[in-house]
Design a protein around this ligand. Sequence first.
Ligand code: PMV
Length: 328
Amino acid sequence: MTEKRITARAHTNIALIKYWGKRDEKLFLPMNSSLSLTLDAFYTDTTTSFLPESQEDIFILNGVTQEKKEQEKISAFIDLFREAAGISTKIKVESTNHVPTAAGLASSASAFAALGTSLNELTGMKMDKTTLSTFVRQGSGSATRSIFGGFVEWDMGTNSFDSCAKQIDDASWDIAMLTIPVSTDKKKLSSREGMKLTVETSAFYPAWVAQAGKDLHMIKEAIAAKDFIRLGEITEANGMKMHGTMLGAIPPFSYWEPLTVKVLQKVTEIRGQGLPCYYTMDAGPNVKVLCRKSQAAEIKQILDDTFPENLSIFSGVGQGAYLLTDIE
Ligand code: PMV
């Protein structure tokens, strides 16, 4: 086998309509469809190459060879591509996360989207992006959406082949996102564990599933109309409903920190002063603020003046995953 090295880049994405809960743990089939915005500020670069002599895959992240547990997770994901391509050769994975260290946003979305995009070429599968998104989904649900840029919908589908992502709109209008890093500590409960506990125990979970479907329908209308205010209102309400389900779990849990609440209040206050901006949060204490790109600098200044220890990070709209290696 020739000495082939394939590098791919994928950007992270932030869900405006959240994915929260699986109906199939093994295949990563979600309970509800979701919709996200791909961000250009945070991304992962991943290079894969064959290891013809090796008995094991190798996974190096940010220059550090990873422990067995991490290697196994990556190997199980690579197996999806090896099985589909009919090969058994071991593979070396070298990944670098380009996420500001302070952001505490190390993202499985960009990681699996970059790895999948690289493996798609290395193994000669050359699947189209929609099919690739169904493979990437089985590494991390949110990665499904990072295959595409702009506003992306992950349709929950009916099975493993049609639970895929598609671009709804390239978001090339007046859109941006600010991230306020509240804490960089490793989270106590992974999103995988958090959503499982919620699905199994939260009294509020059935209401979440019903609401998420309605919110998705409404946000797609807002995007089609390029109605920023409506987009923000639906985003903010949907994120809070997701966090509400966690308080209904047994035992109840929350990803919030005291500072999270202060940031949310500040965002509401800024909005009250006539600068439209809307918050959302994922399985962690950091706050993301959706705003107009033309007003982002002004909003950032107010946030940074209020929280000088937690400087916000600006991001524009990102593109879908792509190869950095020239393919002939
Ligand atoms: O697929 P994961 O494990 O990154 O889970 C994502 C869960 C949320 O970030 C909370 C919501 C989402 O849709 O990204």
